[in-house]
Design a protein around this ligand. Structure first.
Ligand SMILES: NC(=O)c1ccc[n+]([C@@H]2O[C@H](COP(=O)([O-])OP(=O)(O)OC[C@H]3O[C@@H](n4cnc5c(N)ncnc54)[C@H](OP(=O)(O)O)[C@@H]3O)[C@@H](O)[C@H]2O)c1
Length: 352
């Protein structure tokens, strides 16, 4: 029997923070105790501080909660918290998350700490064993708490689909993304920049995909993570879609499996969250669509309650070995849903 943990959300008024609030309604293990954001919002009721963008109604009890500043003192004055979800802007997250990490388990969606040697970068189906890195982190930093991170929203769904291909000797990956507007937060990309347009640049995104993938698919040797021996080239674009990042993926494999074997590998893929029946684990981490024109963001982003990567158009490639399309919901699996699944993993392992 798992006792309920009271949680604080840092960046609660933003695109990801709102998704945390939505997904944590009725959660069996976590309940929202404190909502924190910038000093622009602090002191206001949540309903006055936030432009609620979720399709479901803003819950009454959340609407009436007061927002506090995102610092340890303000959060501690506001409630008794066991665990922290952070969706702060990347530049701010570094020092603020470190302040919280000294005392609390911190589950971060920001990029600030992802590539630090003693910080796990977790996709629970792939590298749940990397969670053990926090023991080393606590020893090195002398912390009671810890920081663990989730990947960038375009990396999570990609690595979910790459992991089952490693059995065929995955060597090289070329990926081109078509990323949704909500990936840029709220209010995000100015409307006149994106209506009737595609923007072929997202600052820092390609570098993140190229570096994070190697760490996630790497091996934890008890002291550090050794990067996977892979090469990845990413090209990232912002498109006029509300939610859901679509990616065109080309993979080079050592072996020459049949199309049917590739499909089977995707369909049969599962990991620790499915074995442990974690509350937010999708039954199928990867869903394969057979229609010739799927996946599409509008139709497929909510598959598996937004927690599954959806793959389609798997075909042989004349230069690489195979190519396919994959889609993931950037604020669910790519952000708040991924953060909650990581926290469930740590709780189930007795680490938080
Ligand atoms: N959007 C996605 O799909 C996605 C996916 C994965 C990861 N992420 C990452 O998640 C983080 C949040 O992204 P988002 O899309 O939710 O951004 P967002 O919509 O711009 O929200 C930012 C949040 O941070 C708060 N904030 C801003 N400045 C602050 C300050 N000086 N002190 C304390 N709080 C401050 C904002 O509060 P106020 O309302 O008070 O300004 C708001 O709650 C980023 O690091 C982003 O890279 C986003």
């Amino acid at each position: 029997m798992i006792h309920k943990r009271k949680v604080a959300i840092l960046g609660a008024t933003g695109a990801v923070g709102q998704r945390y609030i939505q997904l944590l309604q009725g959660h069996p293990w976590f309940e929202i105790e404190v909502l924190a954001a910038s000093e622009r919002s602090a002191g206001k009721k949540f309903k006055d501080a936030c432009n609620w963008l979720m399709e479901t109604d803003l819950p009454d009890e959340i609407a009436e909660m007061s927002v506090v500043n995102a610092d340890v003192e303000s959060v501690e004055n506001a409630g008794d918290v066991h665990l922290v979800f952070s969706s702060l802007p990347g530049d701010l997250a570094g020092p603020v998350e470190a302040e919280f990490g000294a005392m609390y388990p911190v589950f971060s969606k920001a990029s600030a700490h992802r590539m630090e040697q003693d910080v796990p970068l977790i996709v629970p189906e792939i590298n749940s064993d990397h969670a053990e890195l926090i023991r080393l982190q606590q020893k090195i930093r002398g912390w009671k708490g810890f920081i663990t991170t989730d990947p960038n929203c375009s990396t999570i769904q990609l690595v979910l689909t790459l992991k089952p291909l490693m059995q065929f000797g995955l060597k090289q990956i070329v990926v081109s993304t078509m990323q949704a507007l909500s990936g840029a937060g709220y209010p995000g990309v100015p409307s006149l920049d994106i209506i009737d347009n595609v923007v072929p640049f997202i600052s820092g995104e390609e570098e993140k995909m190229e570096a994070e993938t190697l760490k996630i698919l790497g091996c934890f040797n008890g002291e550090c993570v050794e990067n996977a021996d892979l090469k990845l080239s990413a090209s990232c674009n912002r498109v006029n879609v509300k939610d859901g990042h679509l990616e065109s993926v080309f993979v080079k494999l050592d072996q020459d499996p049949t199309l049917e074997q590739i499909k089977e590998a995707f369909i049969n893929f599962k990991g620790v969250p499915q074995d442990l029946l974690l509350p937010s684990a999708p039954k199928h981490p990867i869903i394969v669509r057979n229609e010739k024109n799927r996946p599409q963001p509008r139709f497929d982003r909510d598959s598996g309650c937004g927690m599954s990567a959806v793959v389609g158009r798997i075909r042989k490639d004349p230069i690489m070995t195979f190519k396919y399309m994959c889609l993931g919901h950037n604020t669910i699996r790519g952000a708040a849903g991924g953060g909650i699944l990581s926290a469930e993993l740590f709780v189930a392992k007795g680490l938080a």
